[in-house]
Ligand binder design. Structure first.
Ligand SMILES: [Zn+2]
Length: 132
């Protein structure tokens, strides 16, 4: 994996190792759905497919993503708009992820559902907000 310079790609001012890096390396468990979501975004920027899949709930997890084959997408920023804990094991995170495909800027606005199992958060599914 490429050695990153700080700050963390997820947009926090913390260094990578103090932010998403500790979850991606497995040395710590993401304490909240938002922390997990941020680390998943960071994993996308690193094309770390095993981490993206491992944090996907088994009931909705795709077989593969082939992130490494995607050389057109360049992630450029994340903005977390809302983190709402619904109960002990369910949370919603709304975010806007910005990226470029072949140099053309795009944005993805998603409202994601997360569930907690065995004290770990997992991404379940998401709805795209098409209104903007
Ligand atoms: Zn981070």
């Amino acid at each position: 994996m490429a050695k990153l310079t700080h700050p963390c790609p997820c947009g926090n001012t913390l260094e990578f190792e103090q932010c998403c890096g500790q979850y991606i390396s497995g040395s710590a468990t993401a304490p909240t759905a938002e922390a997990l979501m941020r680390s998943r975004y960071t994993a996308y920027t690193l094309k770390d497919e095993p981490y993206v899949l491992a944090t996907w709930h088994t009931s909705t997890r795709p077989e593969k993503l082939e992130l490494a084959a995607d050389t057109a997408t360049k992630w450029i920023g994340l903005e977390v708009k809302r983190h709402q804990q619904q109960d002990d094991t369910h949370a919603i995170v709304e975010f806007v992820a910005k990226f470029k495909i072949n140099g053309r800027a795009q944005r993805m606005h998603e409202i994601s559902n997360f569930v907690k199992e065995d004290r770990k958060w997992f991404y379940m599914d998401g709805e795209f907000d098409e209104s903007r």
